[in-house]
Write a protein of this length. Structure first.
Length: 194
């Protein structure tokens, strides 16, 4: 939507570490992992998977008493990155520090974003990723539309409570309950041959 409106830079912020980050990494050109100083404990708790998604790791709040801690955290993340494979062979994941409050390191972070874009374009990966994003978006729309149509079907809606109860109580496997809902829906909407 933002891209269609003419915005050429769109920043997507997620709310935490989880599946949403994986989805966001698939729909964006660059995945920036923004962290707070405190490397040692944080490095233990952070999932390896989220670091594998990162194209840039940025340690924010590198100001006042936290500046030295931010530098240590950055060094720890750089060390950890040596054990991981970057998503793009032509790109070396950078770890930088910044202070949004003091406006320090922001220009360097933006330059890394621009450099990443140049590498994506030069390697041909920009076009490849955009094509994959378009396919993923198409199938996401198909899935969402089918589920909405299925859940909106009056005959299916009548059967949902009983089948949900049967599945949650263990009387039938969830796969059988799902298949029964699909059978009801697809028989009402013509051809279905499981």
């Amino acid at each position: 939507l933002c891209e269609a409106a003419g915005f050429d830079v769109i920043i997507v912020e997620t709310v935490g570490v989880g599946q949403s980050e994986t989805k966001v990494s698939e729909m964006t050109d660059m995945f920036m992992l923004l962290l707070l100083p405190g490397g040692g404990d944080e490095l233990q708790g952070i999932k390896r998977g989220i670091m594998e998604l990162a194209d840039l790791i940025l340690i924010n709040k590198a100001d006042d008493d936290l500046q030295a801690l931010a530098q240590r955290s950055a060094a720890e993340y750089r060390s950890a990155l040596r054990l991981l494979h970057p998503r793009l062979a032509e790109w070396k994941v950078e770890v930088q520090t910044c202070s949004a409050r003091d406006r320090v390191g922001i220009a360097e972070a933006w330059n890394a974003v621009l450099a990443h874009r140049e590498v994506l374009e030069a390697s041909g990966q920009f076009t490849v990723r955009r094509a994959a994003q378009a396919r993923d978006w198409m199938w996401s729309e198909v899935n969402d539309s089918l589920v909405a149509a299925l859940q909106g079907d009056p005959e299916v809606r009548k059967q949902i409570p009983a089948l949900e109860a049967a599945a949650s109580e263990g009387r039938i496997p969830p796969t059988i309950a799902a298949r029964q809902l699909l059978d009801i829906f697809l028989k009402r909407h013509k051809q279905w041959d499981p």
